[in-house]
Design a binder for this molecule. Structure first.
Ligand SMILES: Nc1ncnc2c1ncn2[C@@H]1O[C@H](COP(=O)(O)OP(=O)(O)OP(=O)(O)O)[C@@H](O)[C@H]1O
Ligand SMILES: O=C(O)C1=C[C@@H](O)[C@@H](O)[C@H](O)C1
Ligand SMILES: [Mg+2]
Length: 171
């Protein structure tokens, strides 16, 4: 089976649901954010603080574009969507699933976004980020899953149903 790649806003639950999904499928679990930290030998927020947003986006682009894996669930960082090479590569090595949540739910879940090390341009707030990114997640994903009102296990079940009702996950 090919890889399953989770994309979506920060706080959508990609890492939380991704590791559970990997367990129930008997897959490996890869968190792109951890690959970035390992390569750079720095925490994500330190990379953003010392090297800036554009450099972080390029590092994230390169790291995701170089993932070589099979039978893995890959939880990406929310900003991976700005990396063209990364998204093209991820679409080639697997099926990209967008975990979709309303702005209201995300804003309750995230609290103070500025403390979270999110790729936020000067003057941009969560609403602006949401409006900028949602069309990109929609554009690059193969499937979207509406995660509204679901806990992590419910979301895993919804993704499992999607996988087992669509043959292309099996090739
Ligand atoms: N289905 C859910 N319902 C409620 N809270 C959740 C759910 N999934 C995750 N959370 C909580 O939301 C927060 C963010 O989750 P998580 O780190 O998995 O998001 P993410 O999509 O991986 O974000 P990032 O893009 O920053 O890596 C955590 O505190 C987690 O416990
Ligand atoms: O959505 C974002 O802008 C980010 C999400 C995290 O997963 C990290 O990739 C990083 O902190 C940026
Ligand atoms: Mg994550």
């Amino acid at each position: 089976m090919k890889n399953i790649i989770l994309v979506g806003m920060p706080g959508a639950g990609k890492s939380t649901a991704g590791v559970i999904l990997a367990k129930v499928l008997g897959y490996q679990f890869i968190d792109s954010d951890l690959l970035i930290q390992k390569r750079e030998k720095k925490l994500l927020h330190e990379i953003i603080a010392t090297e800036g947003l554009e450099a972080f986006i390029e590092i994230e682009n390169q790291v995701n574009a170089s993932i070589e894996s099979e039978d893995s669930v890959i939880a990406t960082g929310g900003s991976v969507i700005y990396g063209k090479e990364a998204m093209e590569h991820l679409r080639e090595i697997g099926t990209v699933i967008y975990i979709k949540l309303s702005y209201e739910t995300l804003s309750k879940r995230l609290g103070n976004i500025k403390q979270r090390g999110v790729v936020l341009k000067k003057g941009q707030d969560l609403k602006g980020l949401y409006e900028e990114r949602c069309p990109l997640y929609e554009e690059y994903c193969h499937y979207a899953v509406d995660a509204e009102g679901m806990d992590a296990e419910g979301l895993v079940e919804a993704i499992r149903n999607l996988i087992f009702t669509n043959q292309e996950f099996m090739v």
